[in-house]
Design a protein around this ligand. Structure first.
Ligand code: HEC
Length: 126
């Protein structure tokens, strides 16, 4: 009796996990809340702050960026962790009065956001 309940719950849980993963709600939410203000919903650099920085926010759906992503699949996650552009992003947000609350990134957050962006980018023709 007890065992069958556990089996049932495990099945229910795995269905739910698969569902969440397929939708990738977490990746989408992270992108929308933390990146889209510059990168735009289409990842083409069309957000309201895209042209408020120097250099401006690049279009990440170009063949050039697709090649970069292919040669260096870590580019999205590393751009969050390493902040290769220094203070550029915080400065642009600050100057335009946009606040993005700090976030304690988990490994699955990085994976989900990376997956979400890869999915959108790979579907976009330039
Ligand atoms: C304030 C605007 C702004 C926000 C918010 C922002 N970006 Fe960017 N992003 C930029 C700009 C500007 C560049 C180009 C910087 C440069 O060339 O030094 C860039 C470049 C990138 C690149 C290209 C890096 C490369 O080496 O080619 C990636 C990937 C990226 N951003 C991912 C993200 C992700 C993921 C988020 C959200 C977690 C995010 N960005 C949030 C403005 C922003």
């Amino acid at each position: 009796m007890k065992t069958s309940l556990i089996v049932l719950m495990t099945v229910a849980l795995s269905i739910q996990t698969t569902h969440v993963f397929a939708d990738n709600t977490n990746g989408k939410n992270l992108y929308v809340q933390r990146c889209a203000v510059c990168h735009g919903p289409d990842i083409k650099g069309t957000g309201p702050l895209a042209h408020k920085s120097n250099p401006p926010t690049p279009d990440l759906t170009t063949p050039a960026f697709k090649k970069r992503l292919n040669d260096y699949p870590g580019v999205i996650v590393s751009s969050i962790i390493l902040r290769p552009n220094g203070d550029l992003i915080p400065k642009t947000l600050r100057e335009n009065g946009v606040k993005i609350p700090p976030h304690a990134w988990s490994v699955s957050d990085f994976r989900d956001l990376n997956q979400y962006m890869n999915d959108v980018i790979s579907k976009k023709q330039h």
